[in-house]
Design a protein around this ligand. Sequence first.
Ligand SMILES: *Cc1c(COP(=O)(O)O)cnc(C)c1O
Length: 420
Amino acid sequence: MIKNKDNPAQAEIPDIQIQKLIAKELDRQRNQIVLIASENYTSMEVMRATGSVLTNKYAEGYPGDRYYEGCQIYDEIEDLAIKRCNELFNSNFCNVQPHSGVQANTAVFLGTLNCNDHILSMNLRDGGHLSHGHKQNLTGKYFEVFTYSVDPETEMIDYENVKKIAWIARPKLIIAGASSYSRIIDYTKFREIADEVGAFLMADIAHVAGLIAGGVHPTSVGIADFTTATTHKTLRGPRGGLIIADKKYSGMINKSVFPGIQGGPLMNTVAAKAVCFNEALQPLFKEYARRVVENSKVLCANLKDRGFRIVSGGTDNHLFLVDLTNMGMTGYEASDTLASAGIILNKNVIPYDTLNPNITSGIRIGTPAATTRGMGVKEMHKIGEFITFALKNREDKTAIADLANRVKKLAQDFPVYADM
Ligand SMILES: *Cc1c(COP(=O)(O)O)cnc(C)c1O
């Protein structure tokens, strides 16, 4: 019998360079504190699926209707992912093949819109996403984009204003959903507006999918015509996307994903999504989602008490924005300083920001990853203290280096991937 090692075609060539880089990255993930609102730590089970032999095969098409032979097991895997996703979100149809959140959105656009149609979405500067109308995104190139802003006083969505703009824009599609909006989104109000002007409604729940699954944010399913999501943010699965809609749109959505915008699905990722949905169906996940929001509120209140201005004055979800204008620094300076102390987050534009997106007036802080580590209220107070200390002492290299040690110690008290 020919063993693998005797078969030159199967010779394993250890890639020391990449192995070393992965080990370094593991070390970074263990020793820094991640407050990036869109990141999380997946389970080992999710990684086992993504790193499996399922990466080897083509499965263009859908369960029972493939363009390649040999897909029986893949059919079972995708059916399981679909069944679990529908159970999790209480839906009757979903497509779990989109490679990412943007792909999920793009499929909905392809299915609902023609060139030059009007869309209405949240202004990027106020929390919207690049795929909702940025001029370099295909939305900006192929559609007429209208945007709504948050109210300049409350910094929250003003639904009356959305309605006013909807009547001017006469959009074919309205998008409800954001990347840096800290308040509950009222999908019912968006539905009323969409019905009034005769538009489709797409809820992009990329950020809050896990909160919806965990029952701590109202759902868009059954309200919006289309719900798109990522699986890697609060949902804590592999990098990927999904689309939920009523069964009556199943043909249109399936065609739009494949062959509309994608070829073969990443079936290793689809299996990992099934794992993630199963995890999110467990009672423990509800507790996780509750703690994510609790931690976010605690850290937000802590920083507010220390004199930071919080955009919209607080948070209802897993993230919030800090306006640094009154602290005499930019978002760029703040995120850069915090990174040298081992606290990883991102600079972010705030509503009506006058600085460009590379500089920004604010930072975005999110708690999904820290909560996965097991951090709670006590640690949020500590992190609030760390952030304040770093920003107040940002010129003092020794102080920042000292802080980096305390940050590392805190991270190590809440280990991730301890068994790897
Ligand atoms: C993160 C995000 C996406 C994009 O997801 P990718 O997986 O990076 O393509 C889409 N919409 C919103 C609102 C997001 O926050």
